[in-house]
Design a protein around this ligand. Structure first.
Ligand code: IVH
Length: 672
């Protein structure tokens, strides 16, 4: 490799530029089109900077198709294309405070005899989107694409509950608003865990998973992803006069569009750097991942006179925070068998602290990943937290090898039950095909009993381990046949714990149908699809008899999920499991179609619904009425509860004054 420093001659510069353009184009394709980058941002930035430096030294070598002249990826073919009213620009970015200084000095110089106030705000690591509202109504949503033309992702964006279809209050005639769709850090961790369980490839970080979610051809899949949005700018605007960026935050709030809660005004380099440091302290508490701070000139008039370079404006710059990376020894690679039999190699590490927590293990996802990164047992590896949550091996210090490192090979048989392994077409994962494999059984039971599913307290990992190893439980339905005599025999089980566990198991029979549907582990059926199914069908029998076409028509289900459900219920083993659950007396009817039960906390109460909730208010009202409650529009002494969403206003105030119980959505779900 010739570095730019060594590229003394035009010929060697041209050669290096060709190499860099090829490499960068390939990384751009992987990043923007496949949503699967193979190098860290930092390494990409290094290549990109080398390209810029070389092009700066040899301007005669700049070509129109150089990555420096383009903004991002090509629009996807599968979506209709949208031409942005105003182009979507990119930002210059840096990891160095000196360069922030140079940026600010430059704009000060270009604005002589004027102060240049700037705004410093979070740089959200997600996917850029542009939404067009006409007279307050959402017309379309598009990705950035190449900056001029993007992909129409309206159907998918509509599934994000925090994106209003209608703006609040007096909306401008035309409002092209720009923002970043992100996946919450927690949601990303959960999604990856689920994907890896079922043998799907995992996302490298929340950004990629947000991008992948947005570009789903089936909006029902997008709907199941924990996506949010944060708006930070405008494109074409008509019917409203904005003169400063700092006015935008209040306007966005007024219109019901989410924006950053924290932002800083700064008038000097010192203040800019102080804001960047303050943001770095608080950003880890944000639900979304941030990879930097964006510094923007506040005044639009000043922005206009500063103008722009080929692809980014001169009035803004992104400062990127370094991801915390630490090195440690890879002691071993062990295999974990998941709920659906997928084998996952896991790195056993010499424990180290990364971004505030102790890390001793990191998933390596699959064999291809290990080969691609050339990870060997005994290596010194570099660890980082993907999405600030999940520890990941980013690279290997190959320079520290002494020859004793060992290559890793996936086993030829399941390490737990010795059954044969298969690799399905189009999937990266290797799977143990024995549905009776004790490791799979354990994971299935853990999932069934987990808090998000049947919520059986006391039936955690350690207990499941004992039950399965002693062959007391061979299938999910066996949980309901456990006796106190059997449980007495187990480790750490006193009389009280046995009684508590049996009671929790018994109680779980009354869990709503959606919990059971989620708990039995149908591929692609997450909580929201399970709820949609339970809301649609009166009971499990109706659901089992439904055709894939009927299933696909249900909102939150769609084609892929519908086909997976139909496939699940075609399997004789799964039908048998349902019959066994039925025999235990588990509830297989939907609460939606049954008469209100007198033990519901909602029966006989009066509710007022206010604020922005994740679903239309009617859906909550319907739930209340089904359970024998009443819904009213005004808060009075007769109101029993106020269900308050985000930005609830006067009704919430009144409820507080009258001392009426206020519940949020999470609490409501528990009650209903
Ligand atoms: S302003 C011309 N503000 O970062 C200004 N961008 O690397 C264009 N981003 O394309 C964008 N947070 O996708 C802006 N607060 C923020 C941002 C932000 C994230 C993204 C955006 C942009 C990319 C540039």
């Amino acid at each position: 490799m010739v570095s730019w420093l060594m590229a003394e001659t035009l010929a060697s510069a041209a050669q290096r530029l060709a190499e860099l353009r090829g490499e960068i184009a390939e990384h751009n394709r992987r990043y923007y089109e496949d949503d699967a980058p193979v190098i860290a941002d930092r390494d990409y930035d290094r290549l990109y900077r080398e390209l810029l430096h070389l092009e700066m030294r040899f301007p005669q070598l700049v070509t129109a198709d150089s990555p420096s002249q383009r903004v991002g990826g090509q629009p996807l073919k599968a979506f209709t294309q949208v031409t942005h009213r105003a182009p979507m620009l990119s930002l210059d970015n840096t990891y160095s405070e000196e360069e922030v200084g140079a940026f600010y000095r430059r704009i000060e110089k270009l604005s002589p005899n004027e102060d240049v106030p700037v705004v410093v705000e979070p740089k959200v690591d997600g996917v850029a989107v542009s939404l067009l509202y006409e007279n307050g109504r959402l017309r379309y949503a598009a990705t950035r694409g190449d900056g001029t033309t993007g992909e129409d992702v309206t159907q998918n964006v509509r599934t994000i509950s925090s994106i209003p279809r209608q703006l609040k209050g007096a909306a401008p005639e035309l409002f092209e608003v720009r923002g970043e769709v992100y996946m919450t850090k927690d949601g990303f961790a959960k999604l990856n865990a689920e994907r890896s369980e079922v043998g799907l490839s995992v996302f490298a970080n929340p950004r990629n998973s947000a991008a992948g979610s947005l570009k789903q051809l089936d909006p029902a899949i997008t709907a199941q992803r924990p996506l949010g949005v944060l708006f930070y700018g405008t494109g074409a605007v008509e019917g409203i006069e904005l003169t400063h960026h700092s006015q935008l935050f209040a306007l966005l709030k007024k219109l019901g569009l989410p924006c950053a809660e924290r932002w800083w005004e700064a008038q000097s380099l010192e203040e800019i750097l102080s804001a960047i440091h303050q943001l770095d302290k608080v950003r880890h508490d944000f639900p979304y991942e941030t990879d930097g701070a964006v510094v923007k000139v506040d005044s639009f008039a000043q922005r206009a006179s500063l103008g722009m370079t080929a692809k980014s404006p001169r009035w803004a710059m992104a400062f990127k925070y370094e991801a915390e990376r630490v090195e440690t020894e890879l002691l071993d690679i062990v295999i974990q068998v998941g709920r659906t039999g997928v084998l996952t190699p896991v790195a056993v590490l010499d424990p180290v602290t990364v971004s505030g927590s102790r890390v001793a293990r990191a998933t390596l996802h699959n064999e291809e990943e290990i080969q691609r990164k050339d990870i060997r047992i005994g290596d010194t590896v570099v660890i980082e937290k993907a999405g600030e949550v999940i520890p990941a091996v980013v690279s290997v210090r190959t320079d520290l090898r002494d020859g004793s490192e060992k290559n890793f090979r996936m086993p030829a048989q399941c390490p737990v039950c010795r059954s044969k392994l298969v690799k399905e077409e189009g999937q990266v994962a290797v799977r143990c095909v024995n549905a009776q494999c004790p490791a799979q059984l354990k994971r299935r039971i853990e999932h069934f009993a987990s808090r998000g599913a049947m919520d059986i307290e006391g039936l955690g990992e350690a207990m499941v381990e004992q039950l399965v190893s002693r062959e007391l439980v061979r299938a999910v339905s066996d949980i309901y046949r456990l006796t106190s005599a059997q449980l007495d025999e187990l480790k750490r089980m006193g009389e009280k714990s046995v009684a508590n566990l049996l009671e929790a198991i018994e109680r779980s029979k009354q869990q709503p149908l959606w919990r059971l549907l989620f708990g039995i582990g149908i591929l692609h059926v997450g909580v929201s699809a399970a709820r949609a199914l339970a809301d649609h069908f009166a009971n499990l029998d109706e659901l089992m008899a439904a055709s894939p076409e009927e299933l696909q028509r249900i909102p939150d289900v769609g084609e892929v999920v519908g086909a997976s459900i139909a496939q699940f219920f075609r399997e004789p083993g799964n039908r048998e499991m349902i019959e066994k659950l039925r025999a235990t007396g588990s509830r297989l009817t939907s609460e939606r179609k049954t008469a209100p039960t007198s033990d519901s906390k909602i029966t006989g109460t009066t509710w007022v619904i206010t604020g922005t909730l994740s679903k239309p208010r009617d859906e909550f009202a319907e739930r209340i009425i089904q359970q024998g409650g009443k819904v009213s529009g005004t808060v009075s002494k007769k109101t029993s509860f106020v269900l308050a969403g985000e930005e609830a206003g006067s009704k919430l105030e009144k409820a507080k004054k009258l001392g009426i119980a206020i519940v949020d959505e999470a609490a409501f779900r528990k009650m209903s």
